[in-house]
Design a protein. Structure first.
Length: 111
């Protein structure tokens, strides 16, 4: 999917990202959120949840809640284990999001 080209959209996205980074940072400082979680990881939770919701809404409209709780439970600091891959950078996450419609590959426009 390509985010719509709208006045102020980039500034709004930056503001949301800053708010999310603040929440993640505070939870990590408190010791309740695993230290390697990034805001880009949260984007994948949102993307995966939207697909789960889409797939189950007519069959089990509340099924998304179970999957969200399973993922969020894995974010707890006491569950942290070394990950096999590093997190995506902000630029990689953006390029992945823009590339979801299949029209963008390694040459996605920069953010």
């Amino acid at each position: 999917m390509r985010p719509p080209e709208a006045a102020g959209l980039a500034a709004t996205q930056d503001r949301i990202g800053a708010i999310a980074a603040g929440i993640v940072g505070r939870a990590q400082e408190q010791g309740s959120l695993r230290p390697d979680l990034t805001t880009e990881d949260l984007a994948f939770v949102i993307w995966s949840q939207s697909r789960i919701n889409q797939a189950t809404r007519d069959v089990a409209p509340r099924a998304w809640r179970r999957h969200l709780h399973l993922m969020v439970d894995g974010f707890r600091a006491e569950h942290a284990r070394p990950q096999p891959e590093p997190p995506l950078t902000g630029e990689q996450a953006y390029r992945a999001m823009v590339g979801l419609n299949g029209t963008c590959t390694a040459q996605c426009p920069p953010r």
